[in-house]
Design a protein. Structure first.
Length: 110
């Protein structure tokens, strides 16, 4: 069984802690907080309104519903592709964040 050591925030695996002390830059967590702000801010307004506009466009094109969103400069397919790219980029950033957090979670003794 791997040796564990007590800390003020609970026991951790000694070898895992030694590895992180050598290789983990805790300031990356501050960067993650900034990334979370950058990701969440647009959700509140821009992405939500874009998704609602896309819904209106798609509902009209796919189901023949009455026009609810006036046609703009961006086509249905362009808007869908643009939003898809935003979400793909965000998903990759969140996966990177999860991998970083997993390094700390791996300190767990059980």
């Amino acid at each position: 069984m791997e040796e564990q050591i007590p800390t003020r925030y609970g026991p951790v695996r000694q070898d895992a802690l030694a590895r992180l002390q050598w290789s983990f830059d805790t300031s990356r967590l501050l960067g993650a907080a900034d990334q979370a702000d950058q990701f969440c801010s647009p959700w509140r307004e821009d992405l939500r309104s874009d998704l609602l506009a896309l819904h209106g466009m798609a509902h009209t094109v796919i189901h023949g519903a009455p026009l609810t969103t006036p046609p703009g400069e961006e086509t249905l397919t362009e808007m869908a592709a643009s939003l898809s790219l935003v979400f793909s980029d965000a998903a990759e950033a969140l996966r990177d964040l999860a991998r970083m957090l997993d390094q700390i979670a791996d300190l767990a003794t059980d």
